[in-house]
Design a protein around this ligand. Structure first.
Ligand SMILES: Cc1cc2nc3c(=O)[nH]c(=O)nc-3n(C[C@H](O)[C@H](O)[C@H](O)COP(=O)(O)OP(=O)(O)OC[C@H]3O[C@@H](n4cnc5c(N)ncnc54)[C@H](O)[C@@H]3O)c2cc1C
Length: 492
């Protein structure tokens, strides 16, 4: 039985108590050290400004190795789509299928000159559709998706690679990279926001494995960034969220030897959330690094719950760990405990790549909720809302909160608030906001940038916390003209 996170969310949102479980001319070429120097070149000319000629899309098309897809071109109505069908109404002015970093340099120079809104797209899974700006230019890097594993085990991955392909290539080489498990998610958006997954407690966030990245900054300079080269930008790429300060063309990660993973899932009788949540919190907050788990709560009267997770080790050791939990929860209606190799375990959590229609938001629990009943009460409502609690901490918790832009280092768990909007003429935005704000009263102003929510109150503080001032300063230094600006860009 596959226990994909998508299935977890879908099942929980549907209130199913249990489970039934990823040279361009003018542009600086060659190595560059340090942020752009000299005064900003003044505000980018806005289209339609009286003295601004219409963007020369054919000119851009002629400079690209990859294709430029314009409205009316074959494939435009597919190329403009995101993962979330809620954004199917978006009509970008053009989609550039970039084949190499030079194409990205050309696109950024073009957008800067023409004053056209521009955004990079990797997997197109932005919760707010920010990778497809209406009337703007999409820099699509899906064509740069290679995965190369070096003899030292490090993995150089094109920014357009999807998690499923990354996992297959890295696992196929006997290595492992902590990342999300939904196969269609892009490695770029995921890594830039941090990257939470079933191996986070054992190996850290995805961004914690980053050694260096090749990027194009808004001044069209191609750079290698690392702890030694443009260290502030490298800091911002680790948790500062996608779309800020630069377009990444490839990442180099340090990987681990692929582990043996025991996966597990527990179903409970309907309406068990009030009993399961406190026991899970106590158990999960005392877990060893090898143990990661998720507790999915589903709305209903009363709300439901189920648990799934991974343990780096064999079945008997995993069962020893589970014994502590099982002693405190209602008897599960079903239980799966199965030992697998890394690749099979990641596929067990994977699920489908189909597009979906959903509304979501998030909070981050600094610690186990002192009054878990308050969260259960928030879900005592009609079915359709899920809260997915994923444990953090472990290796991810041992990184200094100021060492990367990802601020939630000492947190206990992320909390995703999710509702399917499939077939719903009125997306359940209000219901999700109510649970988000109710949970915010319990957690404080916190949120996970990779579950980005346009309606999140105080979003910058929530997503970046104490790292916000440095992030804003860094983004402003590398993108003084705000070429990459979007409604929730860190410098907004
Ligand atoms: C089904 C599903 C499952 C998920 N599972 C997980 C999970 O397990 N763990 C987790 O942490 N998150 C998870 N997420 C959240 C996911 O990490 C974010 O939605 C992420 O932003 C998606 O990245 P993307 O590249 O697919 O999306 P995109 O829409 O392509 O990009 C997201 C943002 O990053 C920017 N961006 C994209 N490419 C680049 C680039 N090359 N350089 C600079 N900026 C860029 C975009 O402009 C946009 O602002 C999941 C999301 C979905 C929809």
């Amino acid at each position: 039985m596959v226990v994909s996170r998508r299935a977890v969310l879908g099942a929980a949102a549907l209130g199913i108590a249990g489970l039934a479980g990823c040279t361009v001319a003018g542009a600086a070429t060659g190595p560059s050290t340090g942020p752009p120097t000299g005064p900003p070149t003044g505000p980018a000319a806005a289209p339609g400004m009286p003295d601004q000629p219409p963007p020369d899309w054919e000119g851009l098309r002629s400079r690209l190795t990859g294709a430029l897809v314009l409205p009316g071109d074959p494939g435009y109505d597919t190329a403009r789509l995101s993962h979330n069908t809620l954004f199917d109404g978006r009509r970008p002015a053009a989609v550039a299928a970039c084949a190499n970093p030079s194409d990205v340099q050309a696109c950024l120079e073009f957008a800067r000159g023409a004053g056209v809104p521009v955004a990079a797209r990797s997997g197109g899974h932005s919760y707010a559709g920010y990778s497809v700006p209406d009337g703007g230019l999409v820099i699509d890097v899906a064509g740069m998706a290679g995965v190369e594993i070096a003899p030292d085990g490090s993995a150089t991955i094109g920014a357009g690679a999807r998690l499923g392909d990354v996992c297959a290539a890295v696992g196929g080489a006997g290595r492992a990279l902590p990342a999300g498990s939904c196969p269609s998610v892009g490695v770029a958006g995921l890594t830039l926001g941090g990257g939470i997954g079933v191996l986070t407690r054992a190996y850290g966030l995805t961004c914690d494995r980053l050694v260096s990245a090749r990027v194009v900054t808004p001044d069209s300079t191609l750079r290698t960034v690392s702890e030694r080269e443009d260290p502030d930008l490298f800091w911002a790429l680790r948790g500062g969220g996608g779309g800020n300060a630069a377009v990444v063309t490839s990442f180099t990660f340090a990987t681990e030897a692929a582990p043996t993973v025991t996966v597990f899932s527990l179903r409970f009788p309907a309406g068990a959330a009030a009993d399961v949540l406190p026991a899970w919190q106590a158990w999960a907050s005392a877990a060893p690094d090898e143990l990661w788990s998720t507790c999915a709560l589903s709305s209903g009267s009363p709300p439901g719950a189920r648990i799934a997770g991974s343990f780096l080790g064999g079945e008997s050791a995993c069962r020893d760990q589970l014994a502590g939990l099982l002693a405190g929860v209602p008897a599960p209606t079903s239980q799966v405990v199965s030992t697998k190799d890394y690749l099979a375990a990641m596929r067990w959590f994977a699920g489908s790549s189909d597009r979906e229609t959903f509304v979501a938001s998030s909070r981050v629990l600094p610690a186990p909720l002192p009054d878990p009943a308050a969260l259960v009460a928030l879900l005592d409502r009609p079915r359709g809302i899920a809260v997915l609690l994923d444990t953090l901490g472990g290796a991810a918790g041992r990184v200094d909160p100021a060492a990367t832009a990802f601020p939630h280092r000492t947190a206990f768990a992320s909390a995703q608030v999710y509702a399917s909007a499939a077939g719903d003429p009125a997306p359940p935005t209000t219901a999700v906001a109510e649970v988000r704000d109710g949970l915010g009263a319990l957690t404080g102003t916190t949120g996970y940038v990779n579950y980005i929510d346009p309606g999140m109150p105080d979003w910058a503080e929530a997503y970046y916390g104490a790292n916000l001032p440095r992030l804003r300063e860094t983004v402003a230094r590398y993108d003084p003209d705000r070429v990459l600006a979007f409604p929730q860009s860190a410098d907004a």
